[in-house]
Design a protein. Structure first.
Length: 425
């Protein structure tokens, strides 16, 4: 089938441009990009109505709770939520029950994902067995089984010798290691960022320096081993100089940040609402602004949803006892667009972080608006206002901090390999 999109505002993150034009899709790939609306014979015409057409979002770090906790999120529900949010590729985390740390479990989740999800699903595997930090997994076999990267998620590998050996082995195979930069002893049990506000609320807190200390250790090990490394979340201003030096020194390092840390701050936990309890905890406004500027400048490479489903029972607890995390597949786009509406960055820059950079880091063909690229596309209205009602979310778990908030930006259609997998009602 041939599709021809006309009257579109084309976002090209590779060229950094936003231009009116037309785009043709043939056999699941982008076949032509032009300034005019001349359609090839027999093509299905799709009038975009002057709205934005961009590469589908590549979301690095999505938690799907299969196997083990399917009541929180399944590949089917996560895939539907992703399609509704303009996410065409989910890079899934291995922090499941059991952990995805063997080729057999990896093959199971890959098969389940391909059967159930309407979007692309690419799994990651654990770096150490059981994410316990004692013994590294069979990285080579897991790569052969399709693992995109290796991570223990929010479990920091405290044994430096184990971590350095895993990095050395990963380097020999060209594997990407994703780590959670945090000093684990300082941050243990923390529910907020240290400061006057956390003290007044009586919440156990952690200094932003814990992130800086964790990143400094990891950078030293990358320098020692030469491994490919990605920091899953950089959320504090104090970590940015170390990241900048590491990049300037030529280390193979990239960094990401979750959309909640870009759009919310520590004061949002004022009413002890556990939907605002995240890991790492929400930071001060100065940190939020510094990190947003780091994304705009390219120092921080990737924005992700850090989608972490938690059921009602694990959230309806006192703040310090409640589970950390928030869902984000459907709210990633409107939340990220806050940065555009606030004039922190333009749309091509935002899409570089949402789509192009994660695809490049994982050597995926998507994330681009270029001839020959997969026709994974999102058509959206950046200005459409709405009030978010968490009851309407497609995720099984609905632990979103944006419940009841007024937001802007609605997905109109999502395409995966040229097939429409979501159309707004």
């Amino acid at each position: 089938m041939t599709l021809h999109f006309i009257n579109a505002q084309l976002i090209d993150p590779e060229a950094g441009t936003l231009t009116p034009g037309a785009l043709t899709v043939h056999n699941g790939r982008i076949a032509r990009i032009a300034a005019n609306d001349e359609a090839p014979g027999g093509a299905q015409i799709i009038d975009c109505g002057g709205k934005y057409l961009a590469p589908g979002i590549v979301d690095l770090g999505v938690k799907v709770c299969e196997p083990g906790e399917r009541h929180k999120e399944s590949y089917r529900s996560a895939g539907l939520a992703a399609a509704a949010g303009g996410v065409t590729t989910m890079i899934t985390r291995p922090d499941t029950t059991p952990t995805i740390d063997s080729p057999e479990v990896l093959e199971f989740v890959t098969r389940r994902a391909n059967e159930a999800a309407p979007v692309n699903v690419i799994p990651m595997a654990a770096l150490t067995k059981g994410r316990a930090g004692h013994e590294m997994t069979e990285i080579g076999f897991l790569m052969d089984a399709g693992a995109a990267a290796f991570t223990d998620c929010d479990h920091v590998v405290t044994d430096t010798k184990v971590f350095s050996r895993a990095l050395t082995y990963a380097r020999s195979l060209g594997a990407l290691v994703i780590a959670h930069p945090q000093e684990p002893i300082l941050s243990a049990g923390a529910a907020a960022t240290s400061g006057k506000f956390a003290s007044l609320r009586g919440l156990p807190a952690v200094s932003p320096m814990a992130e800086r200390m964790g990143l400094d250790r990891d950078i030293a090990l990358i320098e020692m081993t030469g491994a490919k490394y990605h920091a899953d979340q950089i959320t504090t201003a104090r970590a940015l100089p170390a990241l900048e030096r590491a990049k300037r020194n030529g280390l193979d390092i990239t960094a990401g940040v979750g959309v909640h840390h870009l759009t919310l701050n520590a004061l949002d936990v004022a009413d002890y609402r556990t939907f605002f309890k995240l890991k790492p905890p929400l930071r001060d406004e100065d940190d939020r602004l510094a990190v947003a500027q780091a994304v705009a400048s390219g120092l921080i490479d990737i924005i992700c949803s850090m989608h972490t489903p938690q059921d009602e029972e694990s959230k309806r607890l006192p703040f310090e006892e409640a589970a950390s995390g928030a869902v984000g597949l459907e709210t990633l786009l409107p939340a990220a667009l806050r940065l555009v509406h606030a004039e922190v960055m333009d749309l091509p820059t935002l899409w570089r972080a949402l789509s192009l950079n994660p695809a490049k880091r994982l050597n995926l063909p998507g994330g681009r608006l270029s001839v020959g690229a997969p026709a994974d596309l999102v058509l959206f209205d950046a200005d459409a206002p709405f009030k978010l009602d968490r009851a309407t979310l497609r995720s099984k778990s609905r632990n979103t901090p944006f419940d009841g908030m007024r937001m802007q930006g609605k997905v109109l259609k999502t395409y995966v390999a040229g097939n429409c997998v979501f159309e707004a009602p």
